[in-house]
Design a protein around this ligand. Structure first.
Ligand code: SAM
Length: 330
């Protein structure tokens, strides 16, 4: 039963104040903190009946102030709990379940942040992935693209143009190509057989379409089935990319995908280029994506800055300029 006092509190205190009241009580009782952003009803249902005039809009309002109710600095409360051994301490930072999943999580994090970067920095263009295989990274990109806050409020233009970014997914759907380039032929992953013709074949195009179609509506993604060298040519001249995730492993595949994109001025100012296999082949600079990137820089006088490494094998660059870069749209 809820006391009249508690019901009265729910009607007079703001949702934020109620949340912090409950939080302090839980802290004193050594209970885990309430989730934030919190559902107001969750906060209230434990102690009090929701007030009739509290709308859900208020329930997701950001907290105005993080502090204790009794006026003490949070540090005092934290040190008190620390001394009383009330703070959790993990037995080990990663359990065995984390060992295999951690690199994939780090990739997902990097790709998600890359999408958020192009949105917050208003980089022009779509998102491309070269090398979709099992659809893990494609699904991650799609999920990150659900929110496109720069564009969503604009709606459709009068001419019916789609204002949302499109996810453009490229793969042979037959696995890796025949390995013909001398650069690839001596690369350790090729010599060991880890990368071979037909390797990395997982999803067929309709399976990937079904998977991504569960995340994005059909007009927001496109599949390009075939060899990169052929499919990139089919892109309309006005195509621009704000984010390119290259995960096609080989030196030759990197060149096949990226040379035409730079040649045709399709990489926008500020675009982020993520290389998944930067550290493959023992990170030997004359192999794979590393060698391709050196050649691309020379071919197109690319000015780029490193966006840092991620996960176990990836790295990213932000493109500032290159020979033939088109002017930014207004
Ligand atoms: C390492 S897998 C990609 C993994 C994928 N990103 C994922 O999350 O599962 C490499 C993919 O690149 C594709 N690929 C490599 N070179 C290609 C080329 N020249 N043309 C088309 N597809 C290519 C292969 O078919 C394969 O699916």
């Amino acid at each position: 039963m809820l006391s009249p006092l508690k019901n009265g509190l729910a009607n007079t205190l703001s949702p934020e104040a109620l949340y912090w009241l409950r939080s302090v009580k839980r802290a004193i009782m050594s209970e885990p903190p309430l989730p934030w952003p919190y559902g107001l009803n969750e906060v209230l249902k434990a102690d009090v009946t929701p007030a009739a005039d509290v709308t859900p809009a208020i329930a997701i309002a950001a907290p105005a102030f993080h502090g204790s109710d009794d006026g003490r600095p949070i540090q005092d409360i934290a040190l008190e709990r620390y001394k009383a051994k009330q703070l959790p301490s993990p037995a080990s930072y990663y359990g065995y379940e984390d060992v295999l999943i951690l690199p994939a999580k780090e990739i997902a994090k990097a790709l998600t942040l890359a999408v958020q970067y192009i949105n917050s920095s208003h980089v022009n263009g779509d998102v491309a992935e070269f090398g979709t295989m099992g659809g893990f990274s494609a699904a991650t990109l799609a999920m990150s693209m659900v929110f496109d806050l720069q564009r969503q409020p604009l709606g459709k233009t009068a001419s019916g143009e789609n204002p949302f970014r499109i996810l453009r997914l490229f793969d042979s759907f037959e696995g890796l190509p025949e390995i013909t380039s001398p650069v690839d032929q001596v690369a350790p992953h090729v010599v060991s057989g880890a990368w071979a013709k037909g390797g990395c074949k997982v999803l067929a195009a309709p399976e990937l379409r079904e998977r991504i179609g569960k995340i994005l509506p059909p007009h927001r993604f496109e599949l390009y089935e075939g060899w990169f060298a052929d499919t990139v040519k089919t892109l309309p001249a006005e195509t621009r990319f704000a984010l390119i995730h290259f995960d096609g492993d080989l030196y030759q595949s990197t060149m096949d995908a990226l040379v035409p994109l730079f040649e045709r001025g399709m990489v926008s100012t500020g675009a982020i280029l993520c290389f998944d296999d930067w550290n493959a082949n023992r990170a030997i600079p004359t192999t794979g994506e590393r060698q391709a990137w050196k050649e691309l820089i020379d071919m197109f006088a690319i000015e780029a800055s490193s966006g840092g490494d991620y996960s176990v094998g990836g790295t990213r660059f932000i493109i500032h300029s290159y020979r033939g870069i088109p002017a930014d749209p207004e």
